[in-house]
Design a protein around this ligand. Structure first.
Ligand code: NAP
Length: 250
């Protein structure tokens, strides 16, 4: 296999659908072997493996909000491929009903467990197996950087703010071993989850956030991740990469 990622092993969490799916396929096109993690969509995950080729891809079920499942996932990846060069921590809960007056402790714990605790311990465990030149890409959202944010996103962006901060400090730590750690922050991207609970009016409004007057595509995020996973991004470390067509500037 040729390509800028030939010989590399990538783990993409939540790769059965949406941005994770597009990322798994894009990394594989550049030559990487790819672990397609999922939590419930076994059929969709197997489709991604089929598209990549079963000789260099495998679907592994693991709930990455659970530490014991994270440990098991990493163990399976290392057993199969011997190392992990690229970790894309894409799996996350997009929570649109998290305003101050309707957040209870259960909701708070659930979303923090998936969006913050899981990624934290997954990086901790995976880092033991990532060689020099490795790449870790965590996921936030452009919503942490926009002034027009609405109160219902409080809980969601609180988790993503934590991700952005953990990225900065992990970058200082793992950078000593030649491993870069960055955050990917998409604006609105056309995935199944994006459309859940949104009226046509809301979608129309969100299109206007980008000067091109459209919602982004999962493949557009995947293209940036492919670059970030490559050797060419070596000097980008500890950054928050906005992928939103100009929704946020400066
Ligand atoms: P999506 O279409 O809902 O896909 C979610 C993926 O994550 C699925 O593959 C799902 O697996 C997996 N997943 C969910 N919980 C999991 C868990 N506990 N363990 C393992 N896998 C799990 O999501 P998306 O819209 O592509 O979003 C991906 C990331 O981008 C998220 O971190 C989100 O916060 C961020 N983001 C998205 C947007 C947007 O507009 N779409 C904007 C900004 C940021 P199953 O199929 O098995 O359920």
């Amino acid at each position: 296999m040729s390509g800028s990622l030939a010989g590399k092993v990538a783990l993409v969490t939540g790769a059965s659908r949406g941005i994770g799916r597009a990322t798994a396929i894009a990394l594989a096109k550049e030559g990487a072997s790819v672990v397609v993690n999922y939590v419930s969509s076994v059929g969709a995950a197997e489709e991604v493996v089929k598209e990549i080729g079963a000789n260099r891809s495998v679907a592994i079920k693991a709930d990455v909000s659970e530490i014991n499942e994270i440990m098991d996932l990493i163990q399976q990846v290392v057993k199969k491929f011997g190392k992990i060069d690229i970790v894309v921590l894409n799996a996350g809960l997009l929570w649109q009903n998290g305003a101050l007056n309707n957040i209870d402790e259960n909701a708070f714990d659930k979303i923090f467990q998936t969006n913050v605790k899981g990624p934290f311990f997954l990086v901790q465990e995976a880092a033991k197996h990532i060689p020099d030149g490795g790449r870790i890409l965590l996921f936030s959202t452009s919503l942490t950087s926009v002034s027009m944010i609405t109160p219902n996103y409080l809980l969601y962006v609180t988790t993503k703010g934590a991700v952005e901060q953990m990225t900065r400090v992990m970058a200082k730590d793992l950078g000593k071993r030649g491993i870069t750690v960055n955050t990917i922050s998409p604006g609105p991207i056309s995935t199944d989850t994006y459309f859940v609970g949104k009226t046509e009016e809301m979608i129309k409004l969100q299109r206007t956030f980008a000067p091109a007057n459209r919602i982004g595509k999962a493949e557009e995020v995947a293209d940036v991740i492919t670059f970030m996973a490559s050797k060419k991004s070596q000097w980008i470390n500890g950054q928050n990469i906005q992928i939103n067509g100009g929704m946020t500037v400066g």
